[in-house]
Every structure is written in C-alpha cells, then in structure tokens.
Design a protein around this ligand. Structure first.
Ligand SMILES: Cc1cc2nc3c(=O)[nH]c(=O)nc-3n(C[C@H](O)[C@H](O)[C@H](O)COP(=O)(O)OP(=O)(O)OC[C@H]3O[C@@H](n4cnc5c(N)ncnc54)[C@H](O)[C@@H]3O)c2cc1C
Length: 425
C-alpha cells in the first residue's frame, strides 16, 4: 500500500473501455479510491463512426477526437500521458515512458488495483503487401488516405472488403465462448454497404464493384444466422459479390488479393480489417492467454491475480471485439472494485451479466443497420433493423457520448435498442 491511504487504481488505456471503467469505478467506489488513467494520447478516438465521417466528407481527425482530460477531470480522475512498456503483476508495478517529448526515461509505478483496457493492435503490418497495395478505414490517417484514393485515383475496378483471420486464445476460455475467425465483422459489412452508396452517389459504380469476403463460414457470425441470412439476401439483391471460407489473407499484390485457402481475386482496391493482436508486452504475462489477451472470469478479474482486471478489446472474454461489449464490462469492473474497497456489498457487485452484441452500421444515404443479438453467447435474440432510425441512433449516440463526456446514461443503449426495434420509418 502506498503512503496515500486511498486505494491506488491504475487504468491502462483511455479509450472506450479505459474511460468507461474509470468513470464507473468513481461512480461505484466514490472517494475510497484514487484513479489514474494512462494513455499515450490525451483524447478518445470514436472509432466506430470513422467510416461514416469520411463517406460524408468530414475528416475524422477533426470530428471524432473527444478531449479526454476534461472528461476525467469531471470525476477527479488523474491522467498521465505515457507509453506503457511493461506490467509486473507479481510486483504490482507498471513501466511507462512519458511521451510528450522524446528522450524521457522509463519509470516504474505501483498500483493496488490494475485495470488493463489497452485495446489491441490492429496488425495491418502483418499483412504482406498492405503498405503498398492495401487500404483501411479504422483510423483517421487510413480512412482519409482511402477516401482520397477513391476520389482522385479510383479507376472503376473491383473492390474487395473483408477481414484477415483473427487469432483467439484458448487458455482460460469458458466453454460458452465460441471461436471467432474474424475479430469484428460489423465494419466490413458497414464499409461495403456505405461504399456502394458512395460509389453510386459519385457516379463511380455500385454494389456490383464490391466483393465482400470473410475467413469464416458466415460473415458476422456473432450477429446470428437469421440476421446474417437477411443481411446477405439484402446484399445479394443489391448486387454485391460474396466469398466465404477464405481462411486468411495471404498477401496483397498490385492486381490481386490472395487467400490462405488458395483462392485469389483480381481487384483494384483492397479495403481490409486485420488480425486484432494483443500488445507485445502483454504476451507471456501470468494473467494472459497464449496469444496475449487478459484472462478474466465474468467478474472481469483474473482469478490468480484478483487485483488485475481487464475490459474492452484487451480482455480475452471480449469476442467479438466490440466497443459495446467493452462498455458492458466497465460496469462490472466498477462494481467489483467498489466491492474490493468496501463501498459496495457483494450482492450488489455480483450482478448477473449476459453479454450482448449491439452494432449500428452506416449504409449511406441516411440509413443504417442495427443488430442486437445474444445467439453467439447461447441466447435467443437475433434482431436486425435497417433504415433511417438506426442511422439517427448512430449519429445521436456519438453526439450524446461527446456531450456527456463519455457518460452514456444507462438508459441510452436500451433506448437506442428500443427505438430501433420498435419504430419503423
Ligand atoms: C472501423 C471500425 C468500426 C467499428 N465499429 C464498431 C461499432 O459500430 N460498434 C462497436 O461496438 N464496436 C465497433 N468497433 C470496435 C471498437 O472500436 C472497439 O471494440 C473499441 O474501440 C475497443 O475499445 P477499447 O477501449 O477496449 O480499446 P481501444 O479503443 O483500442 O483503446 C485502447 C487505448 O489504449 C491506448 N494504448 C494502447 N497501447 C498503449 C500503450 N502501450 N501505452 C499507452 N497507451 C496505449 C490507446 O492509445 C487507446 O486509447 C469498430 C472498430 C473498427 C476498427
């Protein structure tokens, strides 16, 4: 325990899972804890709306960065801007290097409770030929680079959109959690639909120019078979081509995409999602599975190291890698830490949690699809809506998130669910 009597909580990562966990810990544990968030950048990157922004002509670097420090300060949460380089769960320390100016040394800091919310590496650099021939839309740089290509250089050729193989760990994995061959397939579905609209709007083509591919038997399996069937029927009536069981992306060349199953497709544009890979320094820790995701129970804590929590993409339980699932996990982390410090009873802290897939994807033209499903986790919900209301929800959710500094009220998601499921336009 440090000189300061309050329990020192370190939250590593300050995007959706890190900010959400810090706020929930403060909400439930009150002033029994001192909370510090550490991230290499001082803003939250609202990743899910990046594709929508570029297709609607806005630069996500201007519109999707929410100031993080202001949000944290409202809850008296400290912030350190630094690159985290190592964690020692036996010594209860974290190594970090302040990164505002190059040249800073590394420091070791102590924690009483640790929340690992560091997301994952989007491993584009593992795909052979990506730098020369690939495109992406998962951050402002790549999304801007992609849309500039489409505006200025696109020659009207085939466009492939899909995912590389996701490598999921098995160590410590509960029986009910299936193996996902792709980490998150809402984005390729969303990108295909909204790109088709953009091509038409700009007189450059249509859905017929696009081939959607998946390493799996079925794209977006976590949405449930019924939902995917409806999505694929809609996509095929619009003219999209669809290729499944590609296994993995083998390499990209100037003229083709080659897959691990031996197939290859001639194409001009390769818009891809890579493997979601844990950060190198998480691999080999006693709290990590064999690939580097953090093993937790449903209480989001590691059973061998009960002061170590994880939430969001860094957690092994978070599959598919969805911000919405990470958001559900932050509530659990907040309650469990409150219980640890005596601010909440075990009864209140041990809430039953059933993960849910919630995904709203842009389709272009002021429309979006909304998916709500629990079938991936053994439940029976499989809902799909398409139209203007889900689009309004997608835009409104981001607005509400920014205005409330990330504190989406508990009713926010259920309201979004309710209106998408019950109001038809
Ligand atoms: C194109 C796209 C669209 C998506 N759409 C949706 C959607 O519609 N709905 C949905 O629910 N999900 C969506 N997702 C997934 C969603 O973006 C992720 O699940 C979510 O961002 C995970 O949040 P996180 O906080 O766990 O991790 P991240 O958002 O990856 O944040 C990790 C944080 O840790 C910091 N960090 C990492 N390593 C270090 C280090 N060594 N030192 C210091 N700081 C570090 C990073 O700077 C970052 O702030 C989409 C993803 C993509 C790529």
């Amino acid at each position: 325990m440090s000189v300061n009597k309050k329990t020192q909580v370190l939250v590593l990562g300050g995007n959706f899972a890190g900010l959400g966990a810090a706020q929930k810990i403060r909400e439930h544990a009150g002033d029994a804890v001192e909370i510090t968030v550490i991230d290499r950048k001082g803003y939250l990157d609202f990743i899910p709306n990046i594709p929508l922004e570029v297709f609607e002509g806005r630069d996500p670097a201007f519109t999707m960065h929410m100031p993080l420090l202001e949000a944290l300060d409202k809850d008296d949460i400290k912030f350190s801007q630094a690159e985290i380089t190592a964690i020692d769960v036996d010594a209860k320390t974290v190594r970090l290097r302040p990164n505002e100016r190059p040249g800073a040394p590394e420091y070791t800091i102590h924690y009483d409770k640790l929340v690992i919310a560091l997301g994952a590496r989007l491993a584009y650099d593992d795909i052979e030929g990506f730098a020369e021939y690939g495109h992406a839309a998962s951050d402002a740089y790549h999304a801007n680079r992609f849309i500039e290509y489409m505006k200025n250089d696109y020659k009207g050729g085939q466009i492939v959109v899909g995912s590389a193989r996701f490598e999921q760990g098995t160590e410590g994995r509960p029986d009910w959690l299936p193996t996902a061959l792709a980490a998150c397939e809402g984005p390729p579905v969303e990108l295909s639909l909204s790109l088709a609209h953009w091509l038409e709007e700009n007189g450059k083509g249509s859905a017929k120019n696009i081939t959607i591919f998946t390493p799996a038997e079925l794209i977006a399996e976590d949405a449930g078979e019924k939902v995917v069937k409806q999505l694929l029927e809609a996509a095929s009536s619009m003219g999209f081509n669809y290729v499944n069981k590609t296994e993995d992306i083998k390499r990209l060349t100037a003229t083709h995409i080659e897959f691990a199953n031996g197939q290859s497709i001639e194409c001009e544009v390769k818009l891809v999602l890579p493997n979601w890979k844990p950060h190198d320094f998480l691999k080999g820790l006693p709290v990590s599975d064999e690939v580097g995701f953090i093993i937790t129970g449903m209480d989001m804590r590691n059973s061998d190291y009960p002061d170590v929590y994880a939430c969001g993409d860094a957690a092994a339980l978070t599959v598919p890698k969805l911000g919405a699932i990470g958001h559900q996990e932050t509530e659990i982390v907040g309650r469990q830490i409150a219980r640890d410090v005596g601010a909440m009873s075990a009864e209140e802290a041990d809430v039953d949690w059933h993960p849910e897939v919630v995904c709203i994807g842009d389709m272009g033209g002021g429309k979006a699809f909304y998916i709500h499903a629990t079938s991936w986790f053994g439940g029976d919900i499989q809902e799909l809506e398409m139209g203007q209301i889900p689009y309004l929800q997608k835009v409104a959710y981001k607005e509400m998130f920014f205005r409330r500094h990330g504190k989406v009220p508990n009713w926010g998601v259920p309201l979004a669910k309710w209106s998408a499921e019950h109001i038809k336009l």
